[in-house]
Design a protein around this ligand. Structure first.
Ligand SMILES: [Zn+2]
Length: 188
């Protein structure tokens, strides 16, 4: 059994016990993913639950382009949420045993905050499919705007995009293109 120890100045920020890191053999066991202020640590588990191998990915090896951490949130073939990270020398995929994107976004944001001081640069349409995540404040602003505008002659409306669910504001009957996914639609 392998053990892992943290450096004196290293602290655990996030932990998830059911993450699959597909490398080599396709059918590995689910392992544990740990984010510290210095490293992303993956504990490969044996069939009996013991730690078989410790993989360390230093955060300072993650690529940052134009002040954005190179991270992608996507779906695995089994529809699970996965985080792809681009390191200087490798491309690592971590598949979370979860269908909830918000959980994985939290990891991407935390990693990004550590390295750049701001949340991850995730495609807004990806981020906005999660209720209560980012979109809520936009929607609220637009709703308040709509109330004020409603007192005027033209009827301003805020719809949800038929394709991606992002808020879409304008005048009723107007054909508008969603700025997130590009789908054209008539405002109702
Ligand atoms: Zn859209």
């Amino acid at each position: 059994m392998v053990d892992y120890s943290l450096l004196p100045n290293e602290g655990v920020l996030l932990k998830n016990e059911s993450v699959w890191h597909p490398i080599g053999k396709r059918n590995g066991n689910i392992g544990e993913l740990i984010l510290t202020n210095l490293n992303l640590i993956y504990l490969k588990k044996s069939a009996f639950g013991g730690i078989k191998e410790v993989l360390k990915f230093p955060l300072n090896q993650i690529k940052i382009i134009d002040d954005n951490v190179q991270v992608i949130i996507s779906k695995s073939s089994g529809n699970f949420c996965q985080m792809e990270l681009f390191f200087i020398n490798s491309h690592e995929v971590f598949i979370f045993n979860s269908l909830i994107k918000k959980q994985v976004l939290r990891w991407a944001d935390k990693i990004s905050e550590l390295l750049t001081g701001h949340e991850a640069n995730i495609d807004p349409s990806e981020r906005n499919t999660i209720p209560g995540f980012g979109i809520a404040t936009d929607l609220l602003k637009n709703t308040i705007g709509t109330f004020k505008e409603a007192l005027k002659e033209k009827e301003n409306v805020t719809n949800r995009c038929i394709s991606c669910g992002a808020p879409l504001s304008g005048i009723k009957g107007e054909v508008k293109k969603c700025k997130y996914c590009g789908v054209k639609q008539t405002l109702k």
